[in-house]
Design a protein around this ligand. Sequence first.
Ligand SMILES: Cc1cc2nc3c(=O)[nH]c(=O)nc-3n(C[C@H](O)[C@H](O)[C@H](O)COP(=O)(O)OP(=O)(O)OC[C@H]3O[C@@H](n4cnc5c(N)ncnc54)[C@H](O)[C@@H]3O)c2cc1C
Length: 428
Amino acid sequence: MKRAIVWYTTDLRLHDNETLFKAIEENDEVLPVYCIDPRYFETTKAGFKKTGKFRAQFLLESLKDLEQGLRKRGSGLMVLNGRPERLLDELCKEYKVEKVYTKQEIAWDELQMQNATEKSLSNCELIKVENSFLYHKNDLNFVHGKLPAIFTEYRKQLEKNAKVRDLFICPDKINSPNIEEIIWPKIEDLGLSSIVKDSRTAYDFVGGEGAAMKRLNTYLFETHCISKYKETRNGLIGENYSSKFSAALAMGCLSAKHIYHSIMCYEAQFGANDSTYWLVFELLWRDYFRLMMEKYPKQFFLKNGIQKLHNLNFKHSEADFENWKQGKTEDDFVNANMIELRNTGFMSNRGRQNVASYLCHDLKLDWRLGASYFEEMLIDYDVSSNWCNWAYISGVGNDPRNGRAFNLEKQATTYDPEAKYRRLWLGQ
Ligand SMILES: Cc1cc2nc3c(=O)[nH]c(=O)nc-3n(C[C@H](O)[C@H](O)[C@H](O)COP(=O)(O)OP(=O)(O)OC[C@H]3O[C@@H](n4cnc5c(N)ncnc54)[C@H](O)[C@@H]3O)c2cc1C
């Protein structure tokens, strides 16, 4: 009898999940496990929670949805409290497990945690699977085998040479040892307060594969919003100006490949246009930042990022940073966006670019303060997308033009010409 553990992290789904698929295929029984690692709820050196209440709530919902999906297939989910490097080895011994399957991590802290867990396994192999990318890493044939330093170059090479792979099927039945029902922790057990929903929220995010599939279907086939995405994507108000796939993608409730194949299906039925292409284009950014993070797992968290700059001096002003966080700066467009983030855990891409530019180029504060605050607050926090976008805007990431400084007044006039967005959040 071959038995394996599927150690879930940020891949909380059944569909298109190579980790789960492989474990089922190569073993007689699988034991799905998730560890609520206290490190993810600690306060960082910068003074922020690593996970704030919006994402914690989304995580609990995603876990419950996954557990139900696994139960329907004859399995279940074992949810443990503690560090995986202290828990998994014992579990392997107890259940006579020979292999643990998990998603390959790429960023520094996650890698340390994964490596420590691998070392802690006394008689068991850790099998790491790449299952978050749109394009499989083995299919990327870059010139000279090198990841291009500029996104456009990467995209051109990729679109010329690679193909998105087929989906892994969602299992109908999973053989598992008996897994007891879970007593679910409450958000307060994670040291966080519960959420009060704000009626102004752009989208009522609900965690889990079920909700993610529903959103995908709505955005594509029910409303056809996908076919206008390129024109609406810089919007600020409401649920349909952009896909709102981000939280599900970040938690792994939805696979990028599944979105891609659904768009291909949509195009076959209703026709392709610039908008249907553009959503895939944005998923390429997501992949690109993941590849960059993999290449520089530590540098993206350092002051100079991936650039070799020397005289990078930041201003130190707690008051300026506090005003930025609270939405009390001199710029009402920044304020509206920061208040939206504080009340809902979400902010549009246009908003994120502007508030980040303001922090880096107007207030001249350390960009890592902004990135850390986003890490706590964002419902869709994704380590690569967050830190690489911040580095990009501040000028220490991939941008060949040494950073992106936005003209805030012009941005507000262009994207919020009647100040509707600012009125919504500032209440004037
Ligand atoms: C400073 C800053 C921090 C950010 N932090 C995050 C983060 O932690 N998590 C996150 O998912 N996105 C992050 N983004 C990217 C982007 O703002 C969000 O993905 C997007 O606003 C989420 O809304 P949506 O799903 O409706 O996006 P859509 O416009 O519908 O895009 C579809 C998907 O494409 C991907 N995508 C779009 N834009 C980007 C981008 N610039 N970089 C990487 N992927 C992208 C996302 O997965 C997104 O869900 C950040 C951007 C900036 C400027």
